[in-house]
Design a protein around this ligand. Structure first.
Ligand SMILES: [Zn+2]
Length: 145
């Protein structure tokens, strides 16, 4: 998910741009995202852009017990800094962190949110995926029929 920054980088520090996430906006290879809804706030800071998001996602998942597909809803909240090349040039000590998974850069006046969203989904998905907390699994279901 690439988000253009418009004039935000040229704006005064503290300027905020709001982006409403639309239904089909978030796409990731690993997940079948049915819908997304939420808000992203982009704040201009010294280092670049501070991105905060609050997004509700509905993801098509497979139940660990009965193996049926179901819609799993999760809320994700991200809080990331996207660094400006200019800032990095003046602050070489930050170079050490460039290879880390949580280090994001602004490219061509856009930020790429996919990696942050992916990490957030993994963190927020339940460890056990269940279509229903009381799902009785395949055996029970077949016995009922
Ligand atoms: Zn189930």
């Amino acid at each position: 998910m690439l988000l253009p920054l418009g004039n935000l980088l040229k704006s005064a520090t503290g300027s905020i741009k709001r982006h409403d996430v639309f239904k089909d906006e978030i796409e990731l290879d690993e997940f079948d995202i049915v819908s997304s809804e939420g808000v992203l706030w982009l704040t201009k800071i010294n280092m670049g852009i501070w991105a905060n998001s609050k997004i509700d996602l509905t993801i098509l998942c497979k139940c660990d017990r009965c193996l049926n597909s179901y819609n799993q809803r999760i809320n994700i909240e991200s809080d990331d800094i996207y660094y400006n090349f200019d800032y990095l040039g003046k602050n070489p000590e930050t170079y050490d962190r460039i290879d880390s998974h949580e280090f994001f850069l602004i490219k061509d006046n856009m930020i790429e949110l996919t990696e942050s969203l992916r990490q957030n989904i993994f963190v927020n998905l339940p460890i056990k995926l269940l279509c229903d907390l009381n799902c009785e699994g395949m055996d029970k279901n077949s016995k009922k029929k």
